[in-house]
Design a protein around this ligand. Structure first.
Ligand SMILES: Cc1cc2nc3c(=O)[nH]c(=O)nc-3n(C[C@H](O)[C@H](O)[C@H](O)COP(=O)(O)OP(=O)(O)OC[C@H]3O[C@@H](n4cnc5c(N)ncnc54)[C@H](O)[C@@H]3O)c2cc1C
Length: 455
């Protein structure tokens, strides 16, 4: 086709998408509005700027984030290539020198004649004759956000994200936490919830720890909005010692089977994925440092050994209700030539955003060459992410990080830490084998030259 593909947003997803398109020699215009117009969190005009931490998390493949990275390396991701060469010492994590990382990404993209980089804001969706990838991120500019909302429907684009912590189901102590429901109706049905009961003494200990916990610093643009319906639990608690007992921790309608009595307070955990491997702490969105969350939430009876899949967060985050809007190839259901990628597509995190860009770029390249885009196998970390954002329940959809709970189940590998490690290892083996077969079937143009082999 003669028309170039437009990629909107020169962040992690957009840069990766443009790179994948260029690998297939597809002419691409990459639009980045900075430095002319910035976002409330970005500080530079650089491509692929890391807005906060400089870490891409664990680099061990028995960890889901490590596996996702390894898949990206093997596929030939520019974000991973740049991250590996801008690496700084960080134990088993992959952390980078952020300026060096951005420079590497820019140099790589500028070296490709297929890519034209334009520093300008896109305010409307390009017309239907262009294949387009929207990768404008959680801080998409207002005019483009309006255009997206018109396309998806207002109720399919969210602007603020209050995320409750999520724990691995098998790490909940079920000798303490009991199943049950306050009201036996609808989506609040018995069996959907675990209840962690607290007596007065346990509640007081938890409350005091919460009041002393260190919060993350708010950005100016976040302060204005966080009271609007996503109140962090620590802010609610500040209103009085018993406020939580009348709010998210109210014990009404629940009886602890161990005592036969109503507890002083209750933390409810709601099933978070179809496989019932993840549970979220209802109403526990918060803005505390992750280490503080781990320490304080483990004071809750039944969660002393909880493994956290995700910690609570509150920040501005534009994202679409992807189960309603997207196909597993990141194309929209309504318009095959329009893709979303990155955080706006319903994934969470640097790595996941870049992975979404890799999938959308690969799909858009296929479409530009007159082929049908193909989803990644669901047994790979890439495919598991795509499956989640398209198959999750749209009524409760929240963006997610990669975790093994999103993968199709494997035969039981036993319980406890050893069983989990063994199961994760098997997930990794299956994912890398299936990715290799998928890459071979795609016949990637330069596979082996840009892709980092081994692992
Ligand atoms: C404040 C904040 C802190 C975060 N911290 C972390 C963290 O520490 N670790 C982590 O893993 N994740 C973090 N995230 C989540 C997420 O991983 C990052 O936001 C990540 O950068 C998302 O990648 P992306 O490519 O989707 O978006 P971005 O990296 O934000 O890229 C989108 C790009 O699009 C540009 N753009 C926006 N609108 C337009 C337009 N109309 N026209 C042209 N260009 C446009 C923006 O300038 C930006 O460069 C954070 C998010 C926020 C909001």
């Amino acid at each position: 086709m003669n028309e170039p593909v437009h990629v909107i947003g020169g962040g992690l997803a957009g840069c990766e998408a443009a790179w994948q398109l260029a690998r297939w020699n597809v002419r691409t215009v990459l639009w980045e509005m900075r430095p002319g117009r910035s976002t409330p969190a970005h500080k530079t005009g650089d491509l692929a700027e890391l807005v906060c931490s400089n870490s891409f998390r664990s680099d061990v493949i028995t960890n889901a984030a490590g596996l996702l990275k390894e898949e990206m390396r093997r596929f030939g991701s520019i974000i991973l290539k740049a991250a590996d060469s801008a690496k700084v010492p960080a134990g088993s994590a992959l952390a980078v020198d952020r300026a060096e990382f951005s420079r590497q990404v820019r140099d790589a993209l500028e070296s490709r004649p297929e890519i034209e980089i334009r520093h300008d804001e896109v305010t409307e969706l390009p017309g239907t004759k262009n294949i387009t990838i929207i990768a404008s991120g959680p801080l998409t500019s207002d005019s483009l956000a309006t255009a997206i909302a018109e396309f998806t429907g207002e109720d399919a684009l969210y602007f603020y994200d209050a995320i409750a912590p999520v724990v691995e189901a098998e790490t909940i102590d079920t000798t303490i936490a009991f199943k049950g429901s306050r009201y036996d109706r609808g989506d609040d049905a018995a069996g959907d919830y675990f209840n962690c009961p607290l007596n007065k003494e346990e509640y007081d200990r938890f409350y005091d720890a919460l009041m002393e916990a260190a919060p993350v610093t708010w950005h100016e643009f976040e302060k204005d909005h966080f009271f609007e319906g996503c109140l962090p639990i620590e802010e609610l608690a500040r209103r009085g010692r018993d406020t939580l007992c009348f709010g998210p921790m109210k014990p009404v309608g629940l009886v602890d089977p161990r005592t036969g009595r109503r507890p002083h307070a209750v933390v409810q955990l709601r099933q978070d994925n179809r496989a019932a491997t993840h549970y979220n702490l209802v109403g526990f969105q918060n803005h505390l440092k992750f280490a503080e969350q781990e320490r304080i939430l483990r004071l809750i009876p039944g969660l002393a050994k909880a493994e956290f899949i995700r910690f609570g967060q509150i920040h501005r985050n534009s994202f679409i209700n992807s189960p309603r809007v997207l196909r597993p190839t990141y194309q929209t259901r309504a318009r095959a030539g329009l893709f979303f990628a990155g955080q706006i597509s319903g994934v969470e995190g640097y790595l996941e955003s870049a992975a979404a860009g890799l999938m959308a770029g690969t799909g858009a390249a296929a479409l530009a060459r007159g082929q049908e885009p193909r989803p990644f196998p669901p047994t790979t970390a890439h495919g598991a992410l795509a499956h989640y954002i398209t198959e999750a329940d749209p009524r409760h959809f929240v963006p997610t990080n990669i975790s093994f709970g999103l993968f199709p189940a494997l035969p039981d590998a036993g319980r406890g830490r050893r069983g989990r490690r063994e199961r994760n290892r098997r997930h990794g083996e299956r994912a890398l084998a299936d990715l290799a077969a998928f890459c071979a079937s795609l016949n990637l143009p330069d596979h082996g030259s840009t892709a980092v082999q081994g692992g």
